[in-house]
Design a protein. Structure first.
Length: 349
């Protein structure tokens, strides 16, 4: 607010009006665990005990930002399972990507996904439960959400309670602010149907074996089983990890030796993002809020280009089959993902 002040010599001078950040949105229904995220999160801090956080489905998140003219890493919202409603406080564009079946609306009228739509102050977006296929939705706003950076990122790290809005999921009545450069942006873009990801209830997910696979930890038959069985996604899955059904591997050794009695025990070591951690008989795919280290084998690792699929697995319903790929195929898959993210391939509306 503009005002006046008195200097040391008694002169009265004008005080410039403070520039307030535009209100991006007000949360009317927060959903299950809606969080502010950015991409790629806090990389390089694993040695200090921080997994990167960021979106579980990095592809849908980055596409949403591209559609509203942001850089792929601008802060936006991750909305698991839908059931979400917000009121906007700015004039610009927004985009909703991700899971099917949420029936999003803008001011009560059906709203398209995978394309930008124009909004004005007072407009409301609402979505029901995302019946799928898919599980998570992503909302990007032109300019990006303006929350403080913590350790170089705005991403909410739920395990550590940092980043995002006070390190927590959004609650009814929360207000988020917008980076000023996003106000008034009106260009509308759409991701062509041919470049949109295919969601399913039965997924194929690409992995590379190890670091703890055969022949030192698993038998060759164990590995064949791992890549041929259909794995059920457990209901108790979240951003920390995606639990799968228990399976009794044969193991190539009798015990973990000095690390412990079970063959899945190892001396504590670093865990990779997307690592498939085997705690006894229970495999868990480590998510972006997962533990940075521990004493259990990691029998395979989801390749980067397939990590987005983890974000769309529906707990309690979906199944997975793992497919082993080599380094060259993993890199080719990454190029395919990056092709779809190239702004030159978006359609103007």
């Amino acid at each position: 607010m503009a005002g006046t002040s008195e200097s040391s010599d008694g002169a009265i001078t004008d005080v410039p009006e403070a520039t307030e950040r535009p209100v991006a949105l007000e949360v009317l229904e927060p959903g299950v665990q809606t969080t502010v995220q950015d991409y790629p999160g806090r990389r390089g801090l694993q040695a200090k005990g921080f997994f990167p956080a960021g979106p579980v489905d990095h592809f849908a998140f980055r596409v949403a930002n591209r559609l509203v003219g942001n850089e792929p890493g601008a802060a936006g919202l991750e909305i698991p399972m839908g059931r979400f409603r917000v009121r906007f406080g700015f004039h610009g564009v927004v985009a909703l990507t991700g899971a099917d079946g949420a029936r999003p609306t803008l001011n009560g009228e059906p709203m398209p996904t995978w394309e930008a739509v124009e909004v004005s102050p007072g407009d409301m977006i609402a979505c029901g439960i995302a019946k799928g296929p898919g599980f998570r939705l992503y909302l990007a706003l032109s300019g990006g959400i303006d929350v403080p950076e913590v350790l170089g990122s705005r991403a909410t790290y739920t395990m550590g309670g940092i980043g995002g809005l006070d390190g927590r999921a959004l609650a009814r009545g929360d207000r988020l602010h917008l980076a000023a450069e996003g106000v008034g942006r009106t260009r509308r873009l759409r991701l062509p149907q041919s470049l949109r990801p295919g969601y399913a209830n039965d997924w194929e997910i690409e992995v590379m074996r190890g670091p703890h696979a055969d022949p030192g930890f698993l038998t060759q038959q164990d590995w064949r089983d791992f890549c041929s069985l259909s794995w059920k996604v457990d209901l108790n899955s979240n951003r920390v990890g995606t639990r799968l059904n228990a399976h009794r591997f044969t193991w190539a050794r009798d015990s973990g030796g000095v690390a412990g009695g079970h063959p899945s025990n190892v001396l504590d070591g670093s865990y990779p993002l997307g690592g498939i951690n085997t705690n006894g008989d229970v495999p868990v795919i480590l998510g972006p809020d997962g533990p940075t280290s521990g004493g259990f084998t990691v029998i395979a690792t989801v390749v980067h280009a397939a990590l987005w699929k983890i974000g769309q697995l529906r707990p309690g319903r979906d199944t997975i089959r793992f497919r082993e790929v080599d380094f060259d195929e993993a890199m080719a898959l990454t190029k395919h993902v990056e092709y779809a993210l190239d702004p030159a391939h978006l359609e103007d509306l």
